[in-house]
Design a protein. Structure first.
Length: 637
């Protein structure tokens, strides 16, 4: 068996869990011994949560790409590492074996080197879902450059902010990207992002849509031309840079409760061990299986379960360029039939959307290859869980409901497919190494079962966030200051009579829209940029498909025309400032916002109104202008 640390029975899980708590260093030292190191660690773990300062495998040297590529060459070199399915069902798919992927990564690593990229440099990657995205990511890791992948749906302004924060020096992008019926001009967006930027030295552009692009002399170069230059130098070789266990592997920006996204930092060794361990155990991956994670590499799910987790395990990872509903709502099911997919890992929002199209699309495809189903990104409601289980899994496939976050690097709470029991709408039990607990508002530990509270983690795990880029204090403030000596997740949570965890959603001002994390403050900032807007407040409300929708209350100086056009303008502004994913679903114009005498917006009231639950708004007597509430209630959309 290739994964000696794969847990095959409930008993094995229980024993592993106990050992991970009682002897964490021995436990993780054992797991880590199955990886390729250039030098072994001196110490498995050093930590304190006060700073915070967490170090795993100190003194160890490695390169994650040797674990994802080189170590597989002799054994499974001719096995597919990446299978790529185009947006266009008519276009031929691509297969890259481990040998081929290794070749391409090494080759592109040499391109990066030729263009002056060095260890520690920040390289922004803004691409569509083509194999070159994975190649670019791995090529950075090969030479020790820090990648910062930005999801292709973010706007120029959002990219500009992230480039500035990371002081990025290079960008890898595409001319354009296909998404369903649309072609998105990525290079144009990058050009806009670069107006006024002083840190970017080179932009490498891969060809995909061959839409017209403006290539600026001295700055912009084509991927394919650069490959030719390294090709002429004969068989490419690019030794893997020796990285310290705690050197930065990547930065990934995510939203918080302030207006500014933060750069979550993951480091080489811990992240590698964690994504591999969780991949192999949660999905119970077996060699030869085809793993299809439908996320975009621009999010942590894609980093961990399209690229690093599967590849470090020698798995075959299916990468899909398109969307679930184009050309029709049978796309996922056709892909599963076409490649005999064994593991499907997707988001509740996709399931709910596909449910709405009826079973004809599902029944048109042979789904009998499926062994395991997975859900991620938001709470999965029971209805969606049962639909998924019955109609996609045909009642035979375990569903893993995987709770985790950008900051956790990999899955934290989940059943292990077919090994530990599932419970609909419950993430169930913590993985070995994860010590969750619930705390109340006053910071008291809530013991026992059938309880609820704020979800915290009381001990480090290898894949945890190390810092927020260039701003360690922000990391401390956000995650380690609410509760002393605990990592605070920002999620509310129930623990049932058997100790199963059920995550109920964010308790901070963070929204989860279609599994995408968006800060209310970020959306408010964007809305407030619009010339006619005086002030705004944004809250979430339950949305049948997206999980949460975005509801904006806007004080508007409406002298410029009709409400419909004004709403459109505000929506367009948000699209320009953040991206289409942050567009409000509803905009209500209000004469004022309900504030306390100290000027704090009472979001609780706004949330209730947006939810349509106006019968009991609680105590409104502390409001500066209680009369406002009735006006807002009446104007509800
Ligand atoms: C937030 C993290 C995890 C990768 C994708 C999202 C919510 C995530 C679940 C789940 C209930 C979930 C939480 C979490 N969430 N998975 N299985 N059940 N809620 O990563 O953008 O960092 O968002 O997503 O609220 O805090 P992210």
């Amino acid at each position: 068996m290739p994964y000696p640390y794969q847990l095959k029975t409930l008993q094995a899980y229980k024993e592993a869990y106990q050992k991970s708590v009682e002897q964490p260093e021995e436990f993780w030292g054992d797991v880590a011994s199955h990886f390729t190191w250039k030098r072994k660690w001196d110490k498995v773990l050093e930590w304190n949560f006060e700073q915070p300062d967490v170090k795993w495998f100190t003194g160890a040297k490695l390169n994650i790409t040797e674990n994802c590529l080189d170590r597989h060459l002799d054994t499974i070199g001719n096995t597919p590492a990446i299978i790529w399915e185009s947006n266009d069902p008519e276009e031929h798919h691509r297969v890259l074996t481990y040998k081929e992927l290794h070749f391409k990564v090494v080759q592109f690593a040499n391109v990066l080197k030729n263009n002056g990229v060095k260890k520690g440099d920040r390289v922004c990657i803004y691409m569509g879902m083509i194999p070159e995205l994975a190649i670019a990511t791995l090529a950075c890791a090969r030479i020790g450059a820090i990648h910062s992948v930005i999801f292709g749906g973010f706007s120029a302004q959002a990219i500009a902010d992230r480039l500035e924060d990371a002081k990025a020096e290079y960008i890898i992008t595409c001319d354009g990207a296909y998404r369903g019926a649309k072609a998105i001009p990525l290079k144009d967006v990058v050009d806009d992002a670069l107006i006024g930027n002083h840190t970017i030295k080179k932009v490498i552009v891969a060809t995909r849509t061959r839409t017209p692009v403006s290539m600026i002399k001295g700055r912009d170069i084509w991927w394919e031309d650069e490959i030719k230059k390294v090709e002429t130098h004969g068989n490419p070789d690019c030794p893997a840079e020796e990285m310290d266990a705690e050197d930065i592997l990547f930065i990934l920006y995510t939203s918080g409760s302030t207006g500014k996204p933060k750069g979550v930092v993951h480091t080489c060794a811990g992240y590698m061990v964690w994504t591999n361990y969780t991949f192999v155990n949660v999905f119970q991956y077996e060699p030869g299986q085809i793993h299809f994670c439908t996320a975009d590499v621009g999010w942590i799910t894609g980093h961990s379960y399209i690229v690093y987790g599967p590849l470090s395990a020698g798995a075959t990872s299916l990468m899909f360029e398109g969307v679930p509903t184009w050309p029709d709502a049978g796309r996922f099911w056709q892909i599963i039939e076409k490649f005999k997919v064994n593991i499907l890992y997707t988001a509740p929002t996709a399931i709910r959307s596909l449910m709405g199209f009826g079973l004809d699309f599902v029944n048109g495809s042979d789904l009998s290859s499926l062994k395991t189903l997975g859900s991620v990104g938001e709470p999965i409601n029971e209805e969606a869980w049962h639909w998924f289980h019955k109609n996609i899994g045909k009642g035979n496939c375990p569903i893993v409901d995987t709770w985790w976050q950008t900051e956790t690097g990999g899955v934290m709470i989940s059943n292990l497919a077919g090994v530990t029991p599932a419970k609909p709408a419950h993430a169930t039990l913590p993985l070995p190494g994860v010590q969750p607990c619930l705390l109340d508002e006053n910071g008291a530990l809530i013991e026992g079962n059938t309880v609820s509270g704020n979800l915290c983690i009381q001990f480090p795990w290898p894949g945890m966030i190390r810092t927020t880029y260039n701003d360690h204090e922000r990391c401390r403030q956000t995650y380690f200051s609410t509760y002393k000596n605990f990592y605070f997740t920002g999620d509310g949570c129930l623990r049932d009579e058997n100790g199963n965890y059920r995550i109920t959603g964010r308790v901070d001002d963070v929204l989860n829209v279609s599994g995408h994390r968006i800060g209310t403050a970020e959306v408010e900032n964007a809305i407030n940029m619009h010339a006619g807007v005086v002030e705004s407040a944004v809250v979430g409300y339950p949305h049948d498909i997206k999980g949460q929708g975005i509801y904006a209350y806007v004080i508007y100086d409406g002298s410029h025309g009709d409400a419909h056009l004004s709403r459109q303008d505000i929506t367009h502004t948000v699209s320009r400032i953040i991206g289409p994913i942050a567009k409000p679903d509803k905009i209500q114009f209000v004469p004022g916002l309900p504030k306390t005498r100290s000027g704090k917006i009472m979001r609780r009231i706004l949330r209730k109104i947006a939810e349509g639950d106006v019968s009991n708004l609680g105590d409104t007597s502390t409001l500066l202008d209680p009369g406002l509430v009735d006006i807002i209630k009446e104007g509800r959309i």
